[in-house]
Ligand binder design. Structure first.
Ligand code: NDP
Length: 260
């Protein structure tokens, strides 16, 4: 059934070596897509590429630090040549966070978060535009966050980057529908990944606040990456052809409200 298949489609997933991105690469490849991914760590990328090859998935990859404008341009040149100028799916997934109170966020923290979480997906989407258009049927999925719609402890800069992503999702849906390109965002609540591992300095207060919020969520646990990648894949399928401009929460019921 073609409505539930990505056979013959090409996809770029940023940050596919770990966490949600890794699960998205596997989900799209399992549905038949040919996938290209990127990360900053060559050794880890090579390991993953071997793993995928042994599973029979068609995945290639390149090293790219998405916070650099020049390297983003190089990445998209590679993607264009690997996929012969035609891209059906772009998943803007790579992201970072620093869990710190507003007054503790340094200019470096702020700049690093904004360049990775906002500048990169914005620019990559612009660079991908001709290839998405040339495919005749394009879909962009941004990995946003519940933090893009609600204040959460220690996430002020991150929340600003994700709130902006939510708005870009809607602008692109309206501007690019003429080219048969859809644009949606997926906003997860806490997911079991390696995010934040670079900031072990997170205060006990913030950690404590998160534990309380998770305990008060309808489904009171962290999500597995596969519980997010399934929604991402759905949004890329022909079956989702009328869904665009949406920010969809996969939040275990966190925003449903009153926890008791
Ligand atoms: P992980 O840290 O587990 O994985 C992030 C991936 O992105 C890695 O492959 C990493 O590889 C890559 N990456 C990070 N920075 C860059 C960069 N500058 N250039 C290229 N690749 C990069 O994170 P998650 O899977 O948790 O996060 C994925 C997305 O999900 C992010 O946008 C995040 O904001 C969002 N999210 C996560 C939540 C969670 O609780 N985990 C909740 C809500 C949203 P490498 O470091 O080697 O470059």
């Amino acid at each position: 059934n073609q409505r539930w298949s990505l056979q013959g489609m090409t996809a770029l997933v940023t940050g596919g070596t770990r966490g949600i991105g890794f699960a998205v690469v596997e989900e799209l490849a399992a549905l038949g897509a040919v996938v290209h991914t990127c990360s900053r760590n060559q050794a880890e990328l090579n390991e993953r590429l071997q793993e995928w090859q042994s599973k029979g998935f068609k995945v290639s990859g390149s090293v790219c630090d998405l916070s650099s404008r020049d390297l983003r341009e190089k990445l998209m040149e590679t993607v264009s040549s690997v996929f012969d100028g035609k891209l059906n799916i772009l998943v803007n997934n790579a992201g970072i966070t620093h869990l710190k109170s507003f007054e503790e966020q340094s200019l470096e923290d702020y700049t690093r978060v904004m360049s990775t979480n906002l500048d990169a997906p914005y620019h990559i989407s612009q660079l991908a535009y001709p290839f998405l258009k040339a495919s005749g049927c394009g879909s962009i999925v941004f990995i946003s966050s519940v933090a893009g719609s609600m204040a959460l402890p220690g996430l002020s800069a991150y929340a600003a980057s994700k709130g902006a992503i939510n708005q870009i999702t809607k602008s692109l849906a309206c501007e690019w529908s003429k080219d048969n390109i859809r644009s949606n965002a997926v906003s997860p609540w806490g997911v079991k990944t390696t995010i934040g591992k670079d900031t072990p300095e997170t205060s006990a207060d913030i950690q404590e606040q998160f534990l309380r919020l998770i305990a008060g969520t309808a489904i009171a646990r962290l999500a597995e990456p596969e519980e997010i990648s399934s929604l991402v894949a759905f949004l890329c399928l022909p079956a989702a052809s009328f869904i665009t401009g949406q920010v969809i929460l996969a939040d275990g019921g966190y925003t449903a409200g009153g926890c008791w």
